[in-house]
Design a protein around this ligand. Structure first.
Ligand code: 13P
Ligand code: ZN
Length: 274
């Protein structure tokens, strides 16, 4: 089967385009990666090259040895993914040490996988282990309202989680584990990857101060939906702050969250309800 006709590639392209349409991907902003299932690799095996040169990932992901990923290219625009997936995307294979990758398909006009490959792969490794293998998608976007809040709220997991939970009743059900916050760091390297993946051990969402957000999920719908839900909640919070300077006349109370958790069968850590 042609790579571009495979269902997982179609799903990836649709998600990239949905993110573009939301306004989360100015220029080359954001990146997306998908850990390809074994049977999906076999579907497209005929189109995968084994000639690519092995290159250093820049970090170590031993648990991902031999895995294949579909990723966006560095400097590529999300708005172009739907028009030219072979130019904007790549399938990469990880070597047996989990130290190097090689391009097996895509980036036909040259280039390299996203500069955030270390963060994507370290997050994949952590989430694959934490989820028992079910998480396959890591998504980085630049949604404006979440970024705006990183200039206003204290950069604390507890503050972001509680404030965003309060803005929409669905939020504690959609991200019951909460949200982690990474202080401002230089993007693209190992240090920010280590800090983010450390938070991803407990959360499915990590916010990068003054930059953007990372989400992890099982499939394209759940991961896109998670990004969408957090950003929608952030938009409501920005409106509340804009109208009132942050004073809420009424909001959801700790005991109401506890009641919600019981009925919806989720566990909400008490540290976010204090
Ligand atoms: P890439 O174009 O290398 O994916 O970088 C975009 C980005 O958002 C960096 O954080
Ligand atoms: Zn970014």
């Amino acid at each position: 089967m042609k790579v571009t006709e495979a269902k997982f590639v179609q799903g990836f392209i649709r998600m990239a385009n949905d993110g573009w349409e939301q306004g989360w991907h100015e220029r080359n902003g954001g990146n997306l990666s998908y850990r390809i299932k074994k049977e999906e690799v076999e579907e497209v095996r005929d189109e995968l090259s084994t000639e690519g040169e092995w290159k250093a990932i820049g970090t170590s992901v031993p648990k991902l040895a031999g895995e294949y990923f579909l990723v966006t290219g560095s400097g590529k625009y999300f708005r172009n993914v739907i028009l030219d997936p072979e130019d904007t995307l790549a399938i990469v294979e990880i070597d047996e040490a989990g130290e190097n990758y090689r391009i097996c398909w895509g980036l036909v006009n040259g280039g390299r996988p996203t500069s955030e490959l270390p963060s994507h792969l370290m997050n994949h490794e952590v989430k694959m282990i934490a989820s028992g293998g079910t998480h396959r998608v890591i998504y980085h976007a630049h949604p404006a309202n979440v970024i705006a809040l990183t200039f206003v709220l204290p950069l604390k997991d507890e503050t972001f989680t509680r404030e965003l939970w309060e803005m929409a009743t669905e939020c504690p059900v959609v991200f019951p584990d909460g949200i982690g916050v990474v202080p401002w760091m230089v993007p693209g390297g190992r240090d920010i990857a280590v800090a983010t993946s450390e938070l991803m051990k407990q959360y499915d969402v990590a916010i990068w101060a003054h930059h953007g957000m990372f989400c992890s999920g099982e499939d394209f719908d759940l991961t896109f939906g998670l990004m969408h839900t957090v950003e929608k909640s952030a938009e409501i919070l920005v409106k509340v702050y804009s109208m009132t300077g942050g004073t809420k006349r009424q909001t959801i109370q700790p005991d109401e969250f506890r009641h919600l958790a019981k009925d919806f069968k989720v566990t909400l850590p008490e540290k976010f309800l204090a």
